[in-house]
Design a protein around this ligand. Structure first.
Ligand SMILES: NC(=O)c1ccc[n+]([C@@H]2O[C@H](COP(=O)([O-])OP(=O)(O)OC[C@H]3O[C@@H](n4cnc5c(N)ncnc54)[C@H](OP(=O)(O)O)[C@@H]3O)[C@@H](O)[C@H]2O)c1
Length: 242
């Protein structure tokens, strides 16, 4: 059931690692051509080769792009269009966390979190929407966090960036729905990745797997067009009892 992703073109920001890699892999397995981005060239090349081994080199492109630089983000969308003839799906996944109390946080740290997690998503959408409109519509899925509604100590910048992203996503969803562009955002709880400097396999059997988030993304894209699941919360089923 649902839509065939063959022939669709997806950009997955931060597709080199963690959740973004799993999303790119799931979309590629479902038939899409994927363009993954990140800043670390070695990680990108490794991710690209893993995906290419699975689905073929012609359906995987890697582009180095820092989400904090508009020209780089615009170039990322253009690369998808010139390589594959258009753009259908934008997954705004790239993000980071710097966890420090407000009084101890440097101005640069604050700026890095907001510029990456919030302004970077605006840049991605701003650059992608004309291309999505050219195809007659498409999908934008923003990877937010439960931290966007459950604030906690030592995470003011991160929580603010994700709360802002939630508001941004709600607004954009209403703005572009009549262009057949469907905007959703996902709010995961703890996911087993290297996020925030964690070792990927560090003591987290109870955590979500990145593939769990990827499955939600594919479900959202395949969802019947008469209804729009615009916000998805997903959390570990059985976190450690407090
Ligand atoms: N892990 C969790 O528990 C969790 C929970 C809720 C939400 N999330 C969200 O899920 C998303 C992915 O996180 P993850 O857990 O997969 O973390 P991750 O393993 O650290 O991956 C983050 C990805 O984002 C990229 N990235 C970071 N800053 C970037 C920038 N300025 N420009 C371009 N790419 C950038 C990284 O590549 P480079 O470093 O090479 O740039 C990497 O590909 C984030 O938005 C995060 O907030 C994570």
């Amino acid at each position: 059931m649902g839509m065939d992703l063959n022939g669709k073109v997806a950009v997955v920001t931060g597709g080199s690692k963690g959740i973004g890699f799993s999303i790119a892999q799931a979309l590629a397995r479902a038939g899409a051509s994927v363009v993954i981005s990140g800043r670390d060239a070695a990680a990108l090349a490794y991710a690209q080769s893993r995906l290419a081994d699975e689905v073929g080199a012609d359906r995987v492109t890697a582009v180095e792009a820092d989400m904090r630089a508009y020209d780089a983000v615009d170039g990322l969308m253009t690369a998808a269009v010139t390589t594959y003839g258009g753009l259908d799906i934008l997954i705004n996944n790239a993000g980071l966390g710097i966890f420090r109390n407000v009084a101890d946080m440097t101005l640069d740290e604050w700026q890095t979190v907001i510029d990456t997690n919030l302004t970077g998503v605006f840049y991605g959408c701003h650059a992608a929407i004309p291309h999505l409109r050219n195809r007659g519509g498409g999908w934008i899925v923003n990877v937010s966090s439960l931290a966007g509604k459950n604030s906690f100590v030592g995470a003011a910048a991160y929580c603010a960036s994700k709360a802002g992203l939630n508001a941004f996503s709600e607004s954009l969803m209403q703005e572009v729905r009549y262009d057949n562009i469907r905007v959703s955002y996902i709010m995961p709880g703890s996911v087993r990745t290297g996020f925030g400097g964690h070792a990927e396999d560090a003591g987290g059997d109870w955590k979500l797997d990145p593939d769990d988030i990827a499955e939600v993304v594919v479900d959202l894209i395949r969802h019947p067009s008469r209804s729009l699941p615009s916000r998805v919360e997903i959390r570990p089923a059985k976190p450690p009892r407090k």
